[in-house]
Every structure is written in structure tokens, then in C-alpha cells.
Write a protein that binds this ligand. Structure first.
Ligand SMILES: [Zn+2]
Length: 225
């Protein structure tokens, strides 16, 4: 069951459970409470693809699994890019088959990810997680990717400056592995955008519902909002 909250606050990618938040927890096991989660093979773990893929498909079919990921490409850590790319593309196919959006981990591999996107022409939304490289913004927007911002909004001046250039409809927030409350991230972003907290929450709520359809449909069936 989803609790009815006074106002809903969404955290699209987290490794740490926080109260009073609708979170997508990163998990490679089914979570036995009412949490929602994403399931994926991280690029660092790409070499374990064969042993993990069956479990991933099963997990992705779980009613609380609402996204694939985090998955992607990382030129600084993990096995060779060829192996990472194969594992990433396999997960993109699962995303399309199960109609689940993808939470993307990208380190110095942006042009490769854009090329894969052009080749695949996916129907599912892609969420670029941990966005902080502001030079990529125009390309991300022209590729119509969702942009998820984490705790670096609190102390990264170039990210703070570029926040207003991100269209409202592309915006999401996350805590990732930070212990900072998601609310602090929203509060900072609202101040920078000169919006009230409620206005920003309502923008993100619409984005979340549009992006994570399995959550939205599940919540309607449970009549929770
Ligand atoms: Zn993460």
C-alpha cells in the first residue's frame, strides 16, 4: 500500500531508505516491504552478466519493480567498454519488452549512450541519473531524456546556475547514496528556480507519474490518490 502523504515527494534513485518519501530504491533483491525499486546490472558488474541476467528478468517482473537500472557505461571503472555496452543493450531490450523506464549511469560515455539511443529508438523514458555535467545539458534535452539531480545541487555552482535552463518537464530528483534528505534537495532547487516548494513538488509529481507508469497504474488500482 502507498501511504497518502500530505504532499508527495519523489526520490527516483536511492540506495538508502528515507521516511515519508516515494523512493525508487536500487535493489538486486525483491524488497519485502512496500518499497518500490529498480533492478539492473551496474556497468561495474557487467562481467557477471551471465549469472545475473535470469534473476534480473524475474525481479523486473515484480509488481514493485518500476524501472530498470541503474545500468549504463562507465569509462573509469569496470570491464571493457565492449562488454559494458553489450550488457547495457541487453537491459535496454528488457526495458522495452517490460515497458519500464531506464535509470542510466553514465561516466565519460555520453556520446556512446546517445548513439545507442539513436540506434535503438526506444519508447521507454531514459532517466539520466546524478546529472552534474552541465555541458551535456543541451544534448540531453534534445534527446528528450529525463534529468535527475542529486545532492550536488547543494554545493555545485555550475549545476546551480544551469538549473533554470532545464525544462520543468525534464526534471527529477534523487538522493543516490547520499544521506541528505530529499527534501533538502527540493528546497534548494525551489529556491534557485524561484518557486515555492509546493510548486516544485507538483511539477516533479507530474513528471514522476508520466515517467514511471507502472507506479502510476499500480497506485490507481489501489485507489491511493
Ligand atoms: Zn546509485
Amino acid at each position: 500500500m502507498i501511504n497518502i502523504l500530505a504532499s508527495m515527494i519523489f526520490d527516483v534513485h536511492s540506495h538508502i531508505k528515507q521516511p515519508e518519501t516515494i523512493q525508487i530504491l536500487q535493489s538486486n533483491e525483491a524488497i519485502l516491504d512496500d518499497s518500490f525499486f529498480s533492478a539492473g546490472i551496474h556497468p561495474w558488474e557487467s562481467a557477471q552478466f551471465n549469472s545475473k541476467i535470469k534473476g534480473l528478468v524475474k525481479l523486473a517482473e515484480h509488481e514493485h519493480c518500476i524501472a530498470i537500472g541503474e545500468c549504463g557505461l562507465d569509462k573509469l571503472t569496470g570491464p571493457s567498454l565492449d562488454i559494458q555496452q553489450e550488457v547495457f543493450e541487453a537491459q535496454l531490450l528488457i526495458s522495452e519488452q517490460l515497458q519500464l523506464p531506464v535509470i542510466i549511469h553514465c561516466v565519460r560515455s555520453f556520446s556512446e549512450i546517445v548513439q545507442i539511443r539513436k540506434n535503438l529508438n526506444p519508447k521507454q523514458p531514459w532517466i539520466f541519473h546524478g546529472f552534474n555535467k552541465t555541458s551535456l545539458l543541451d544534448k540531453l534535452i534534445s534527446e528528450d531524456m529525463m534529468i535527475s539531480i542529486g545532492a550536488s545541487i547543494l554545493n555545485n555552482p555550475s549545476l546551480q546556475e544551469c538549473l533554470n535552463q532545464i525544462p520543468n518537464q525534464n526534471l527529477l530528483f534523487e538522493t543516490d547514496n547520499s544521506e541528505i534528505e530529499i527534501k533538502a534537495i527540493y528546497q534548494k532547487a525551489a529556491a534557485l528556480k524561484q518557486l515555492t516548494l509546493q510548486e516544485l513538488e507538483s511539477i516533479v509529481e507530474q513528471n514522476f507519474k508520466r515517467t514511471f507508469k507502472k507506479w502510476t497504474i499500480g497506485s490507481k488500482e489501489q485507489n491511493c490518490y
